[in-house]
Ligand binder design. Structure first.
Ligand code: SF4
Length: 265
């Protein structure tokens, strides 16, 4: 594994699942038999998880034995070092409230949508930067002292001063719901007192989505075909639930991949 973008995506996908993280940790000290691994995680989905870990280059399979690859060992070692180095202390931070929606104005980019300005109290100030990793598509700017968070089409900017601006909103109800989610995510991290180490940013391309769709162009999603669906999905205009064929057992792997990638779209 050389660590290129596609390989990084495979590894991140593999490690995004709790059962697979458990398998990797179980292999940390010694090689294990397949039966032994089945004992900790259940046998039903074992082949599925092992295949994904193998594709990511994290494990090697030898007959009925499983072991960490050299890459898997280095990966696990790096994770441990980062985890101890980069967890940030939030114990002095206070839970926030998002006080009011002060304006609901037409969006410049799309006049059918709105932008809103709200106010967060107390202002997050210096801890705003620390919170970046709790948002999969969060980007902190030192210059502007702001954290930009993207979710679907919606773009939210939180400023250290407490100002919150949100763009591409459908209506006031959606604005309130988004602001409540934002507050809950921030407060959950503050109550825990720590945030995860900054994670690697994953750039999702249109073809990443298309390649995991069933590609039957069945039209059950009310789109012309899977490619059109992928375009709308990238724009945050449709959700994976609309592609009902993904629920068929034969697409379980594809669905999990897409669920994983969806967080970064
Ligand atoms: S429902 Fe799924 S498989 Fe069918 S066209 Fe839409 S995206 Fe493609």
């Amino acid at each position: 594994m050389s660590g290129n973008v596609n390989e990084t995506k495979l590894v991140n996908f593999a490690m995004a699942n709790k059962a697979r993280r458990k398998i990797i940790n179980f292999l940390a000290n010694c090689d294990r038999g397949i039966e032994e691994i089945g004992g900790i995680n259940g046998k039903e989905t074992l082949d599925f998880h092992l295949k994904i870990l193998q594709e990511a280059g994290l494990i090697e399979l030898e007959e009925r034995n499983v072991k960490l690859s050299e890459y898997g060992k280095n990966f696990l070692k790096g994770k441990k070092e980062n985890a101890t180095e980069e967890i940030k202390d939030l114990s002095q931070a206070k839970p926030v409230e998002i006080a009011e929606i002060r304006q609901l104005l037409p969006c410049i980019a799309d006049s059918s949508k709105f932008r809103v300005i709200a106010n967060m109290t107390p202002p997050l100030g210096g801890i705003l930067k620390i919170l970046e990793p709790i948002f999969p598509r969060g980007n902190y700017s030192d210059i502007k002292d702001s954290l930009i968070v993207k979710r679907g089409e919606i773009i939210t900017t939180i400023f250290g001063s407490g100002k919150v601006s949100m763009r591409m909103i459908k209506n006031e109800d959606e604005a309130r719901e988004e602001l409540e989610n934002l507050r809950n995510n921030i407060n959950e991290a503050i109550l825990k007192g720590v945030v995860p180490a900054p994670r690697e940013k994953i750039r999702v391309e249109l073809m990443d989505i298309y390649k995991y769709l069933p590609q039957t162009n069945c039209g059950k999603c009310d789109e012309q075909g899977c490619y059109s669906f992928a375009i709308k999905f990238m724009a945050g205009q449709v959700t994976l639930e609309k592609c009902t064929p993904l629920k068929e057992p034969k697409y379980a792997y594809n669905e999990e991949q897409l669920q994983f990638l969806a967080v970064y779209v």
